[in-house]
Design a protein around this ligand. Structure first.
Ligand code: HEM
Length: 502
């Protein structure tokens, strides 16, 4: 009897939900916007596709089929248009981040990446700004040089062998962030393995947040359940706890070292992020709390490791698969007789190197999902379509970066020359530049951009002038295999490595 009533209740609820979805769709002023059938009535299409590992390709094919504006879910749209990109991200900061970002925080504890309130974000970002400026990059260069040197040593030890280059580049990126944040490598490059499951943890947390970002109203509950299960020894918890404990331990050690008036590893080390943040807290504890310091450092690890590792993998892949570009880069390096190790300033002045970096990050942006924003009060017209306030809209960098109207008919081809002043007219170049967005744009643009460019600019020249790489069988046969989990991971960058002669 009770079972009968329960079933009636469940069926009634399902019917109400379906009828409400149909009613909402039929009365929506945006019902004419095309997209998959299921996306009109529920978020299920979005949920399944974003978990598929190939969301960038599904979004690209939707745009190919339906044009500039397509539906992802009943209230969310993907727009592929350079002017839309300007409006949503660059010129109107009042387009706040959507609740997708709630799933990236411990419930209730917002950080600089997840903050949805525009004014609070602007205030928070100012607090962190000083540690990421171009002028501070010189203080981090030693950390990068040290990691470049260890990575090269690891490759030297593997001459003639096939290596998983994406893995080594990820280890490099994690260790550099460890150095820059705590003056301490995590030890990936030293021990040649994932340290205390950190990479696995970040990966698991990212996968969770990506999927939960589609249904953020469930995040509080699911996070609580995961934490509870973790405490009971079932599963691996919510992932965030591990990172937090790791950071707290380092904070404690650093504070202790600072109080004793010495740096653990000697006085010659430049100031890392943690030290800068602790000093900021000491000088003004009311505006810069220790929680800010912890969140700032954790943010670096979460946002700055995989992103940089993926960008490096893309650069290496496109160079190895385009021998003419690799040769041109080698010629540029030898013509300019750059220092050993190359300085950031030298690297920035090499047009072909910069063009290679830009082109690889265009075809393979590290983040290849839409960065969702909410249309502000009053609504607005984007790409000729009026969107009411509260609609979620955004651009997927992967799709915009392949737009033939911006990058030309060969938009799918790796051709660094397109970024050279000698090959492209200023107007086209300006149009390409303003749609190039691997680091996002506007008030929410990547705060760590300079850090990652420092790493990339120093490592890539070193790799190409010291080593020769040969593609493994599967890579050569099938091309690059990727797995999109917010970060567009590279799966099969298996390369045989040789010392370069001459
Ligand atoms: C190639 C490397 C990198 C890429 C492609 C990249 C990409 C991005 C993108 C696209 C955003 C905007 C996300 C959004 O609008 O939702 C972002 C934000 C952010 N990135 Fe990066 N990032 C990289 C490296 C780094 C590094 C090295 C750090 C730290 C040292 C970092 C820290 C952050 C932080 C804290 C934010 C949030 C900024 C805010 O909302 O104000 N990123 N990044």
């Amino acid at each position: 009897m009770l079972a009968d009533h329960s079933l009636t209740f469940v069926y009634s609820l399902a019917i109400i939900l379906i009828l409400t979805s149909i009613y909402n769709y039929l009365t929506s002023p945006l019902r004419a916007i095309p997209g998959p059938l299921f996306a009109r009535f529920s978020r299920l299409w979005y949920l399944f596709n974003i978990s598929s590992g190939h969301f960038e390709k599904s979004t690209a094919s939707l745009h190919t089929r339906h044009g500039k504006i397509v539906r992802l879910s009943p209230n969310q749209y993907s727009i592929n248009d350079p002017t839309a990109f300007q409006t949503i991200y660059k010129s109107r900061p009042e387009f706040r981040k959507s609740d997708f970002y709630a799933a990236w925080e411990t419930p209730g504890k917002l950080n600089i990446f997840t903050q949805r309130d525009v004014a609070t974000h602007a205030r928070d970002r100012k607090k962190f700004h000083a540690a990421y400026t171009m002028s501070t990059m010189t203080t981090y260069k030693k950390y990068v040089d040290d990691c470049v040197s260890i990575l090269c040593q690891r490759l030297e030890e593997r001459m003639g062998q096939e290596v998983d280059m994406a893995w080594w580049l990820q280890c490099f990126a994690f260790d550099v962030i460890g150095e820059i944040s705590y003056s301490k490598r995590f030890g990936f490059l030293d021990k040649c393995e994932d340290q205390e499951g950190l990479i696995e943890n970040v990966g698991r947390t990212t996968r969770y947040s990506l999927v939960m970002g589609v249904v953020p109203e469930w995040h509080g509950f699911c996070f609580g359940v995961l934490v509870l299960l973790g405490r009971m020894g079932v599963g691996k918890g919510a992932g965030k706890k591990f990172l937090r404990d790791f950071t707290l331990k380092s904070l404690e050690e650093k504070q202790e070292a600072l109080e004793k008036g010495r740096e653990e590893d000697g006085d010659d080390k430049p100031k890392d992020f943690m030290t800068k943040f602790i000093e900021q807290n000491h000088s003004d504890p009311s505006t810069f709390t220790l929680d800010d310091a912890i969140n700032g450092v954790m943010g670096n690890i979460n946002a700055g490791s995989d992103t940089t590792g993926v960008a490096l993998s893309a650069i290496v892949y496109y160079l190895v698969s385009t021998p003419s570009a690799l040769q041109k880069l080698r010629d540029e390096l030898s013509q300019h007789q750059v220092s050993d190790p190359i300085t950031f300033k030298e690297a920035q002045s090499l047009p072909y190197l910069q063009a290679v970096i830009k082109e690889a990050m265009r075809l393979h942006p590290s983040i290849a999902v839409q960065l969702p924003r909410v249309v502000p009060e009053g609504g607005t017209t984007i790409a000729g379509q009026f969107f009411p306030a509260g609609t979620v809209v955004g651009v997927n960098p992967y799709v915009l970066h392949r737009d033939k109207d911006v990058y030309g008919e060969d938009a799918e081809t790796f051709r660094p020359e397109r970024w050279l002043k000698s090959d492209t007219d200023p107007e086209t170049l300006a149009r390409m530049e303003s749609s190039w967005c691997p680091f996002g744009a506007g008030s929410r643009t990547c705060i760590g951009r300079n850090v990652s460019l420092l790493e990339i600019s120093k490592l890539v020249p070193e790799l190409v002038r010291r080593f020769e790489f040969e593609m493994g069988g599967e890579l050569e046969r099938d091309g690059l295999r990727t797995r999109g989990e917010f970060f567009l991971h590279v799966e099969n960058l298996r390369l045989r490595v040789w010392r370069l002669r001459g």
